[in-house]
Design a protein around this ligand. Structure first.
Ligand code: BES
Ligand code: MN
Ligand code: ZN
Length: 492
C-alpha cells in the first residue's frame, strides 16, 4: 500500500496542485471559500444547478486560484445535523475523486468541517485514515496479472495549525491504516497460503522488524502442556497448529495487556461439516489473529509506553479419520473437561486453551480476545457493529468509547448465569455449544469459564464485521482501529 505523506499547515502550500473544499447544502462556509476568492463562484454554480452539493457528489473546477491547478468540490449534504456516518461517506467520496483527479499534492479543508459531537482531532484522524485506507490494494503474487494500483496522490496537507498534538493524531491514523492493511492482506490470502505456519512467519517478521519478543509453540509443546482443546481442533488437519505469542515492551515491568486472536485459517466445520455454499469465506476465520498482528504493527510504529502481549492459537478445522467427533470428551489446559457436541464450535475450543495459557504465562492486567466466533452475532448485530461481552464495566466502557471514536463500533451483550447454564453437559464439565437461543452470548459464557476471578476481560465477536461478502468480497481490517485507539488512550 502506497503511503501518503500527511501534513498540517494553516495556509496553502506553494506546491499544492489541488484545493479540496467541502460544500454543504445550507450554512455554507463562505469565509473559507472567500479565502480563495471562490465564494461567489461556488454560489453561482449551485444557483445555476451545475453542482448539487448532495453528500458524496464531487465536481472538479479547472480555473483555480494560484497556486492550484484544480479545485475539488465535495458535496457534504446537510450541514445540520452532520452525522459521523455521513461525514465518513463524504470522505470516502473525496478520496475516490482525488484518486481519479490526477492530484499529487492536495490541500484539503474537509477537516474544517465535522459532526457536532466531534472535534478537530476527530476530523483530522478520519480524514487521514480514510484517505490512506482508500489506497489499500490486496497484494500477493497469487492474485495474477491484475494491474497494481498506482495512485498519483503522494501528499495531503490539511488546513490546520501544526503542533505536536496534531502530529500525534496523524501518526495514529497512519499506523492504524498500516495495521489494517496487514490485517486485510492476511485475511484475504487464500487458505492454502495463509496457514498457521504463515501466521507464525508473519509474527516472526514483525518481531524482527520492530524488535518484539516472539515465541511459537508447536504441537509437541501443546501436548506436553496439556492443551487438549486446541489439539482436538487441530487433530483433523494435516497443517501443524501453532500457538504464537508476541510481546511488545514499552513500559518496563508493568503487567501487560493481552490480546488473544482466533486463528482458524480455514473452518470447514470439521466432522460437523458446513454446507458448501460460501465455505470459501471461512478462510476469514483467522481475522481475530490477523487483527492482533495488525495491531502489533501499529504498536511497532507508534511505540507507546505500554506492555502488550499478543497470543494467537492457529489451526485449521478439518474433517478426517483423525478429527474430533461429536460426543468426544476432551480435557482443556485448565483441567476442565469439554464434551464436543458440534465440531463447528471450534473457535471457543482453541481460545479457551489460549486464554488459560496467556493468563498463566503473562498474568495480564487486562485481556481482550477477538474472534469470528458465531454466526448468531451476524443475526444480532448485522455487519455494522461487533459484539462485546465483558466481566468488567470500566473495560467495556473504554473499549466502547474507542469504538465510537473510530466508528469501528461495538455493542455490549449481557453475560449472566442463566446463559451459562445452557452449556450443561451430562458427560463433562461443559458442552461446547449452548443451543440456538443467544448463541453469541453462550459462546461468551463458554470463554468466561476460563477467565480467572478478578481479571478484567472482554470478548469481541467480529463475525459480522471482519469482512464483507458479495461483489466487494474482502477483509475490512476491523477491529484494528478500535484496538489501537483503546491501547493508545491507555498510554496517554
Ligand atoms: N467461524 C464460525 C462462525 C462464523 C460463521 C463466523 C459465519 C462468520 C460467519 C464458527 O466457528 C462457527 O462455526 N460457529 C457456529 C457455532 C455453532 C455450531 C454453535 C455457528 O455460528 O454456527
Ligand atoms: Mn466453526
Ligand atoms: Zn470458526
Amino acid at each position: 500500500m502506497k503511503q501518503i505523506q500527511f501534513h498540517c499547515q494553516p495556509t496553502a502550500p506553494q506546491d499544492a496542485d489541488t484545493l479540496v473544499l467541502p460544500v454543504t447544502q445550507e450554512q455554507r462556509p463562505q469565509e473559507l471559500y472567500a479565502q480563495f476568492g471562490l465564494d461567489e463562484r461556488i454560489e453561482r454554480l449551485i444557483e445555476a444547478g451545475d453542482f448539487e452539493p448532495e453528500n458524496g457528489r464531487t465536481l472538479v473546477l479547472f480555473e483555480a486560484p494560484a497556486p492550484f491547478r484544480r479545485v475539488l468540490l465535495v458535496g457534504a449534504g446537510e450541514r445540520e445535523p452532520m452525522t459521523p456516518k455521513r461525514y465518513l461517506d463524504m470522505l470516502g467520496a473525496a478520496a475516490n475523486a482525488l484518486d481519479h483527479s490526477g492530484a499529487v499534492h492536495a490541500f484539503s479543508t474537509l477537516n474544517t468541517l465535522h459532526p457536532l459531537e466531534a472535534d478537530a482531532d476527530w476530523a483530522l484522524y478520519h480524514n487521514a485514515l480514510q484517505l490512506q485506507r482508500s489506497f489499500y490494494d490486496y497484494e500477493h503474487e497469487s492474485r495474477g496479472d491484475r494491474p497494481e494500483r498506482d495512485p498519483k496522490l503522494a501528499r495531503v496537507t490539511f488546513m490546520e495549525e501544526d503542533d505536536p498534538a496534531r502530529q500525534q493524531v496523524l501518526a495514529e491514523a497512519r499506523a492504524t491504516a498500516l495495521g489494517m492493511s496487514l490485517t486485510r492482506d492476511l485475511a484475504n490470502l487464500p487458505p492454502n497460503i495463509c496457514t498457521p505456519q504463515y501466521l507464525a512467519d508473519t509474527a516472526l517478521g514483525l518481531a524482527e522488524r520492530y524488535g518484539f519478543e516472539v515465541q511459537v509453540l508447536e504441537r509437541e509443546d501443546m501436548e506436553r502442556l496439556g492443551m487438549g482443546a486446541l489439539l482436538a481442533v487441530a487433530r483433523g488437519s494435516e497443517a501443524p497448529p501453532k500457538l504464537i505469542a508476541l510481546r511488545y515492551n514499552g513500559a518496563g515491568d508493568a503487567a501487560p495487556i493481552a490480546l488473544v486472536g482466533k486463528g482458524v485459517t480455514f473452518d470447514s466445520g470439521g466432522i460437523s461439516l458446513k454446507p458448501g455454499a460460501g465455505m470459501d469465506e471461512m478462510k476469514y476465520d483467522m481475522s481475530g489473529a490477523a487483527a492482533v498482528l495488525g495491531t502489533f504493527q501499529a504498536l511497532g510504529e507508534l511505540k507507546p509506553a505500554l506492555n502488550v502481549v499478543g497470543v494467537i492459537p492457529a489451526t485449521e478445522n478439518m474433517p478426517s479419520g483423525k478429527a474430533a467427533k461429536p460426543g468426544d470428551v476432551i480435557r482443556s489446559l485448565s483441567g476442565k473437561t469439554i464434551e464436543i457436541l458440534n465440531t463447528d464450535a471450534e473457535g471457543r475450543l482453541i481460545l479457551c486453551d489460549a486464554l488459560t495459557w496467556a493468563q498463566g504465562t503473562f498474568k495480564p492486567a487486562q485481556i481482550v480476545d477477538l474472534a469470528t466466533l458465531t454466526g448468531a452475532c451476524i443475526i444480532a448485530l448485522g455487519h455494522h457493529i461487533s459484539g462485546l461481552m465483558s466481566n468488567d464495566d470500566a473495560l467495556a466502557e473504554r473499549l466502547g468509547e474507542a469504538g465510537e471514536w473510530t466508528y469501528d463500533r461495538l455493542w455490549r451483550l449481557p453475560l449472566s448465569e442463566e446463559y451459562d447454564q445452557q452449556l450443561k453437559s451430562n458427560f463433562a464439565d461443559m458442552a461446547n455449544i449452548g443451543g440456538r437461543p443467544a448463541g453469541t452470548i453462550t459462546a461468551g459464557q463458554f470463554l468466561a469459564r476460563f477467565i480467572e476471578d478478578g481479571r478484567p476481560w472482554a470478548h469481541l465477536d467480529i463475525a459480522g464485521t471482519a469482512w464483507v461478502s458479495g461483489e466487494k468480497k474482502g477483509a475490512t481490517g476491523r477491529p484494528v482501529p478500535t484496538l489501537v485507539r483503546w491501547l493508545m488512550a491507555q498510554a496517554r
